[in-house]
Ligand binder design. Structure first.
Ligand code: AMP
Length: 421
């Protein structure tokens, strides 16, 4: 099957060419035609499958005919980063159509967003909170919306946005096309979908399976050795662009500082940053200014940065699904990628769940031996207080402590060995 089979208008087809897409991905093969036919869709697809183009292309085709300078399509997304990314994708795909999108999310000024909508956007890509805020100010309305897209619906539910979504939907015309995309289908999303979709076509693409283009590698390593291992991997392997995941915001920040101090081109992305700093970190990572982005799970969903060669789970994800989302940041569409996971003894249960979901064991790699010096820094990151100045002022960290901890660093889970702690 080729994109030609959908008989897109030449102006839409030009967008496909501009993006460099040659053939449709599986979700596009399944979803585009029913959306073009005006059907409602329940799309079960993880990120990285090409789902954005699956709904944007038919949307553009529809909007080519009909009035301009009216908000005719609403796309709701759970995070600012995802909203911004969808908006940018639309910009590329709509390049010859004359159709415009505006993005709406909190943390930045309202006025530029309002001005852009008033200047005549046909598509709004929005996060729920700011959208409701603008709607309550009556700066514009959604009465002309023909198509609603809810992207990453399960993530919206996780973030407690369902009541907001319901309030937004009340402001839309009843007669519309609705598309719901979700990587998983908790019962709350199923109910929402039943409420808002009319005779939907369900399209499903490997919704809980990690993308097949990714290699999965496991390091069994204690917390005390993780930073040394990370630096070793970053220094020794060929990595164009690496996304490192930590469990806490604090750790993301301190680990990025540690990597900078060690001479790596790194920055962090976590929820404590202002929107402008979040944007700066994302932009710097995207344009290659930073080769390494250390992030919490806010970066795990939806974020599309081309050419991420490696994802490193510095801390184990909390669920097998989060593993899929995190590792889905590499191996996007047809590219291949590598996911390294650092797991300690306590992570063995989660590891089993993840490997069950993967349908195979991850490849095991040995942790090299590190010097005590490296272990000292590890302790700093673990305490989350890494700072050059503080290290100079404070007493040096006991080498004995580092050495002792490092002895329990590399082990195999469960197979006839006692708990090393
Ligand atoms: P998404 O799942 O929408 O975030 O898309 C993941 C990545 O796949 C993005 O980098 C898209 O630009 C890319 N992509 C989407 N459709 C195609 C296609 N037909 N061929 C190649 N890459 C694609």
């Amino acid at each position: 099957m080729s994109f030609k089979d959908f008989q897109f208008h030449p102006k839409v087809y030009a967008g496909i060419t501009a993006c460099g897409y040659t053939s449709p991905t599986p979700i596009q093969k399944e979803a585009i035609q029913p959306i073009l036919d005006g059907r409602d869709i329940l799309g079960l697809a993880q990120t990285g499958t090409g789902k954005t183009a699956a709904f944007v292309l038919p949307l553009l085709q529809r909007l080519l005919n009909g009035p301009r300078k009216k908000v005719r399509a609403l796309i709701v997304a759970p995070t600012r980063e995802l909203a911004e990314q969808i908006h940018e994708n639309i910009g590329q795909m709509a390049v010859k159509t004359g159709l415009r999108s505006a993005v709406v999310y909190g943390g930045v000024g309202k006025q530029p967003q309002i001005s852009r909508i008033r200047a005549g956007a046909e598509i709004i890509v929005a996060c729920p909170g700011r959208l409701l805020d603008l709607l309550s100010g009556k700066t514009f309305n959604l009465k002309a919306v023909e198509v609603l897209v809810l992207d990453e619906a399960d993530h919206m539910f996780d973030k407690g946005f369902l009541p907001d979504i319901k309030r937004i939907i009340k402001q839309l015309p009843r007669d519309r096309q609705s598309l719901v995309f979700s990587a998983t289908m908790p019962k709350e999303i199923r109910h929402l979908a039943e409420d808002i979709l009319r005779k939907p076509v369900t399209v499903q693409v490997n919704h809980t399976q990690p993308a097949p283009t990714i290699s999965h590698v496991l390091f069994q390593v204690s917390n005390t050795k993780k930073s040394a291992l990370l630096k070793n991997i970053l220094a020794e392997r060929e990595m164009t662009s690496t996304l490192v995941f930590t469990r806490t915001k604090h750790k993301a920040k301190s680990l990025a500082l540690l990597l900078q101090k060690a001479g790596f081109s790194a920055t962090s992305l976590q929820g404590n940053l202002s929107q402008s700093n979040r944007q700066r970190a994302m932009d710097g990572f995207r344009d290659g200014t930073f080769k390494i982005l250390v992030a919490t799970d806010i970066a795990a969903r939806g974020i599309d940065v081309r050419n991420i060669s490696h994802v490193i789970n510095f801390d184990m994800p909390d669920t097998a699904e989060t593993y899929t989302h995190r590792t889905g940041r590499t191996g996007r569409a047809t590219r291949s990628g590598i996911a390294f996971t650092f797991a300690n003894y306590d992570d063995s249960k989660m590891l089993t769940l993840i490997e069950r979901n993967l349908g195979k064991k991850m490849a095991r790699e040995r942790v090299p031996d590190f010097t005590n010096d490296e272990n000292k820094q590890v302790d700093e990151v673990k305490r989350g207080n890494f700072s050059t100045q503080r290290r100079k002022k404070n007493k040096p960290i006991s080498a004995k402590r580092g050495t002792k901890r490092s002895q329990s660093s590399s082990f195999d889970f469960g197979v006839g060995k006692s708990n090393p702690r």
